[in-house]
Design a protein around this ligand. Structure first.
Ligand code: HEC
Length: 394
């Protein structure tokens, strides 16, 4: 019963996280689009640009001020709760899915045999560490060299992905890199961007020029947030794709996918400008195809001659029953699993054959059994791989 309610809690919180995330990133994409599409020619001095748009059955006319209007307008709309809501619901989701089930979702005994408390401490520590490192980098003299700063931030997160993959399951490593980047993004809003906007508003109210350095810092952080979006969105969906987080060099794969995401974001940022780079999108597609090819699971090692006979599905069924069906059953016996995870049931030979390709993937990538909770041995893994090889040759 407890597991059932935990599943419902996870559903509701994930839903909220998804909604607030859409609202946040949607607003961020929209303002970015606005900035890129303002008509800037022949405007009065105090106007930076304006534009017309039609949406939802009406015309909209938007103006951006060069600095600020004469008087503080009322009401003035802020955009910050989307960001805070995304982070709060994200941390809640991390806790429900990963920290309540650390043994299953965070610990991979083949990677490091940690205690639950250690795994959680590493996870939470990585969020705090990332903000401290990132904030320090942005406040250092490096901040004057935008591209170098960006490369070093990218290198830091790649290093984090590598480090986490030495301690946690691939899946937990990925989600913590995502949570770390998300934490940096929200902290940017909370600690730098919103304070800069408050300064701007105060300056207008007090009829004095605003402190320009605050604005400059906010612009840098806001740029970074813009480039973080696509990598972070990938990480949010990565848990559906064991071929990514289950790869032996998952940290490198993550860096490659993140780089593609940054590239695509860049394409959309500059596509209206004279320096637009048309080759970015085709290059991104080719790079993704390349990654798909490079991560193709290798066929199991050639089998010794005396073992050549194909292994029948019925022969591997005892292993499946013992190592998998405790969770993957119409009625799972494993505590904490009210229903067959991911809808995959492995109760019968038929079930096994229907799901053969997925079972092979999961066993070859070692993403299953989850956290190796059922202690599958290397021999049993080899047996399943040979079974699948036999199926392919039939
Ligand atoms: C302790 C419970 C548990 C055991 C034991 C277990 N699994 Fe899973 N399995 C899960 C969970 C949880 C998911 C869903 C992961 C997610 O949220 O995407 C899953 C997902 C899957 C999927 C769907 C695709 C994927 O990899 O996410 C396959 C296939 C799978 N398991 C196969 C197996 C096989 C084969 C075994 C035995 C070798 C096994 N599982 C053992 C819990 C378990």
């Amino acid at each position: 019963m407890e597991a059932h309610f935990q599943d419902w809690l996870s559903l509701v919180v994930r839903w909220i996280h998804f909604i607030t995330g859409v609202a946040w990133i949607g607003a961020s994409f929209y303002f970015n689009w606005l900035e890129n599409h303002l008509e800037r020619q022949h405007k009065p001095d105090h106007i930076a640009g304006d534009l017309w748009a039609v949406h939802g059955g009406g015309f909209y006319y938007l103006k951006k001020f060069q600095v600020a209007p004469e008087r503080l307008p009322e009401p003035l709309h802020w955009f910050k709760w989307e960001a805070y809501g995304t982070w709060l619901s994200g941390i809640a989701l991390l806790t429900i899915v990963y920290y309540f089930n650390a043994r299953a979702f965070m610990i991979d005994p083949a990677v490091a045999d940690l205690s639950e408390a250690t795994a959680i401490a590493i996870g939470l520590g990585s969020l705090l560490l990332s903000w401290l490192v990132y904030d320090l980098l942005c406040r250092s003299p490096l901040a004057r060299h935008g591209v170098w700063l960006a490369l070093i931030i990218f290198a830091y997160f790649t290093l984090l992905a590598w480090g986490l993959s030495q301690w946690l399951s691939g899946r937990a490593a990925f989600i913590h890199v995502g949570a770390a980047v998300g934490t940096v993004m929200v902290a940017n809003v909370f600690r730098v961007i919103i304070p800069a906007q408050k300064e701007l508003v105060d300056a207008v109210a007090q009829r004095r020029p605003p402190d320009a350095t605050k604005g400059k810092h906010a612009l840098l952080r806001s740029r970074h947030n813009n480039y973080f979006t696509l990598p972070v969105l990938f990480i949010m969906i990565s848990s559906h794709y064991p071929m990514t987080y289950g790869h032996t060099r998952q940290w490198l794969l993550l860096a490659a996918i993140a780089a593609i995401g940054v590239g695509v974001r860049h394409y959309f940022n500059i596509r209206h400008l004279p320096q637009a780079r048309q080759w970015i999108l085709p290059a991104a597609i080719i790079a993704l195809l390349g990654l798909a090819a490079a991560t193709l699971p290798r066929a199991p090692e050639a089998v010794a001659t005396e073992d050549k006979a194909a292994i029948q599905s019925a022969e591997v069924m005892p292993v499946i029953k013992q190592r998998c069906s405790v969770c993957h059953s119409a009625e799972p016996s494993f505590a904490g699993f009210p229903a067959a995870p991911a809808g995959v049931t492995l109760d019968s030979v038929d079930d096994l054959e229907v799901n053969a390709a997925q079972v092979y993937q999961a066993v070859a990538n070692k993403t299953m059994p989850l956290g190796n909770l059922t202690e599958m041995s290397e021999q049993e893994r080899q047996l399943l791989l040979r079974w699948y090889q036999g199926l392919q040759q039939e």
